[in-house]
Design a protein around this ligand. Structure first.
Ligand SMILES: [Zn+2]
Length: 461
């Protein structure tokens, strides 16, 4: 059925001219946008469909409509381990060490329900496309558990097959109990690509290969994952240059900076994106710009773990593709995509002054930036032929009172709110602030039970 959104106070297109259309309207047919413009200019054939009730009509009065936000880095299973006391006040390496043993008790159901929960949170906060980096597979868990959740939730999904192979006994950081054999990792990666990866335009599911980090996998696995990914046209993702310890590890073990290490393994190019890059040096920024290598900027997580301020201003000026990531729920306990855009702006300003980032640039990074990082030219903007992924924010609440001069900037400067409407691939998934694709109270009840079970098992009850 044709979907027609009308009367938006402002329709933010993120198109080539970055048009913001007053009293905007949008027509979608199936997965794609057909027409975008002012409501008064709606072509007669669509006007007739509104009048005779043959289209699904969304009245967007009082709302700002914009392209769905794109989340480029997450670990959704961590929604079971938010605000864990032992990991509240640590930097990356000790934070991880405190959590690995807890995560070793995850089950397939825990992966499934935590993914549903994390996706619900993202969808309600304006995100329509997300990646998830799952790198632990204890007790029979599989990436299929999160893929099934994404399909139920109706979210556009880039499922990253993470992995860890370098246990403590071999000089890595994670305990041996949570790492896998490299041969099994590569075999499962190939199975997932063959079973699920859809490279078509408007694809709802792509597979990504994602060995976890320099301190948890070998160079061989990094190299072989890149070869496998390129043979099948899938993207590559990992963590890089997250903090000073991460850089020190790289220099000590490999005699290379993180960027040199990535380049030596073939991990640069438009099909690669790295999370964090807080400590990417000038040489690394030039390399990333030259090769089109992407960065998932995760400002809340970087502040939570005191990792530092990623040089996003410098990266953007150099031409590095930058998207936003909420990161896992154990290092950013609130996964709100609009909130993340706000923190990106605030953090750049703390580091580099008031001109370092504006509200519209923050929204651009959260939409077009993320799309480019994920290797997509069909999301991140609203124009004919683009995927019909859009969200609406109701500007009538107390949080936006007095910000009517510039409602678009208000989305970033004011306290982040949830969406009133979300449409993914032409399907309404949130209406009047309610998620339509899951029984959320029921999911949350089960999520609470499973979080408790996880802690009890880890404590040996
Ligand atoms: Zn991460």
């Amino acid at each position: 059925m044709t979907l027609i959104a009308l009367n938006a106070d402002v329709l933010v297109t993120m198109d080539a001219q970055r048009r913001e259309i007053r009293d905007g309207a949008l027509v979608a047919d199936g997965p794609a946008v057909q027409w975008v413009g002012a409501t008064a200019d709606l072509p007669p054939q669509y006007r007739r469909m509104v009048d005779d009730g043959t289209a699904q009509v969304l009245d967007m009065r009082g709302r700002v409509v914009m392209p769905g936000l794109v989340n480029t880095h997450h670990h959704m299973y961590q929604s079971l381990t938010r605000a864990v006391p032992a990991a509240q006040d640590a930097e990356l390496f000790s934070w991880l060490t405190n959590l690995y043993m807890l995560w070793s008790h995850l089950t397939p159901e825990m992966i499934h329900v935590s993914t549903q929960t994390a996706m619900a949170e993202l969808m309600l906060s304006g995100c329509t496309t997300t990646s998830d980096h799952l790198y632990l597979y204890p007790n029979g868990a599989r990436l299929d558990d999160s893929i099934a959740a994404a399909q139920q939730m109706g979210m556009r999904f880039h499922a990253a097959r993470g992995s860890m192979s370098l246990g403590r006994s071999k000089g890595g950081l994670p305990p041996d109990a949570v790492v896998e054999e490299e041969e099994a990792i590569l075999r499962d990666s190939l199975r997932l690509i063959q079973q699920y990866h859809d490279s078509a335009r408007h694809s709802m599911l792509r597979v990504v290969l994602a060995p976890c980090s320099p301190f948890s996998v070998t160079r061989e696995l990094m190299r072989e994952s890149a070869v496998l990914a390129r043979a099948h046209g899938v993207s590559l993702h990992t963590h890089l240059a997250e903090n000073d310890n991460d850089v020190a590890f790289s220099r000590e073990k490999f005699g290379l900076t993180p960027a040199q290490y990535a380049e030596s393994l073939g991990w640069v190019g438009p099909d690669v994106w790295h999370a964090h890059c807080v400590k990417l040096d000038a040489e690394g920024i030039a390399l990333f710009a030259r090769t089109g290598t992407g960065v998932a900027h995760c400002p809340c997580s970087n502040m939570r773990l005191a990792s530092g301020i990623a040089p996003v201003r410098t990266m953007r000026d150099a031409g590095v593709p930058v998207g936003l990531g909420v990161d896992g729920s154990a290092s950013n306990d609130g996964a709100h995509m609009l909130g993340e855009a706000r923190q990106a702006l605030l953090l750049q300003r703390v580091g580099h002054g008031p001109a370092a980032m504006g509200a519209r640039e923050a929204l651009e990074i959260a939409t077009l930036g993320g799309a480019r990082v994920l290797g997509r030219d069909d999301i991140g903007a609203l124009a004919p032929g683009m995927s019909a992924d859009f969200v609406a924010f109701d500007m009538s609440g107390v949080g936006y009172a007095g910000a009517g001069h510039d409602p678009v900037a208000a989305l970033v400067f004011c306290t982040p709110t949830d969406v009133s409407t979300s449409v993914i691939n032409g399907r309404v998934v949130v209406r009047d602030g309610h998620l339509l694709t899951a029984d959320l109270p029921r999911v949350l009840t089960r999520h609470r039970e499973l979080a408790r079970t996880l802690f009890e098992r880890a404590a040996g009850h």
